[in-house]
Design a protein around this ligand. Structure first.
Ligand code: FES
Length: 175
């Protein structure tokens, strides 16, 4: 099935293209717009961006697979990113990640069977002073404890909170 941006995102893409010196330079923001709408960068999205920006498909695929912020496989509607870098590791991020795995019944990198939540780990979220930290959608959660993680997971499992995802994360589903 082919992909196309909805009119309001197409308008945003037009604005992006007007700001960048070349179509190639607009590849990353174009992929962002598509991922926001589609939830992930599917082969159809790659084709669309290549066609729309008049770039080789291989170039767009190279960009999409180089940056971890683009998802080239389907993701959950919410993404949890648990930081595992030094400050967070010292603050117990491994236990937090394990706790998330246990609560959600999935391993890091997997999505819950209902497609609601993808659990991931990531490098520094630039919140080292308030470690351990994790990101859920656009929201940061800092100074984490098992109890505060549980509160976040409870909200998500009840279908509340999380907001649309960016990366470190991408929201599943069309707009
Ligand atoms: S080490 Fe986790 S936010 Fe920097």
């Amino acid at each position: 099935m082919s992909f196309t941006l909805v009119p309001e995102r197409e308008k945003s893409l037009e604005q992006v293209l007007a700001r960048y010196p070349t179509a190639q330079a607009a590849c990353i923001p174009a992929l962002h717009l598509c991922q926001e709408q589609h939830g992930w960068v599917s082969p159809e999205v790659i084709e669309y961006v290549a066609r729309r920006l008049d770039l080789p498909t291989a170039h767009v695929l190279g960009v999409a697979t180089f940056y971890s912020l683009f998802h080239t496989t389907p993701t959950g509607r919410h993404q949890i990113w648990v930081c595992r870098t030094l400050s967070c590791a010292l603050g117990g991020s491994e236990q937090i990640l394990k706790h998330c795995e246990k609560r959600l019944g999935i391993r890091c990198g997997e999505t819950t069977p209902d497609g609601a939540i993808t659990l991931r780990s990531c490098e520094c979220l630039a919140s080292c002073g308030t470690a351990p930290a994790m990101q859920v959608g656009h929201d940061y959660h800092e100074n984490l404890s098992i109890e505060s993680v549980d509160a976040v997971l409870d909200q998500l499992l009840q279908g509340k909170g999380g907001g649309p995802d960016v990366h470190p994360g991408g929201l599943g589903g069309e707009p």
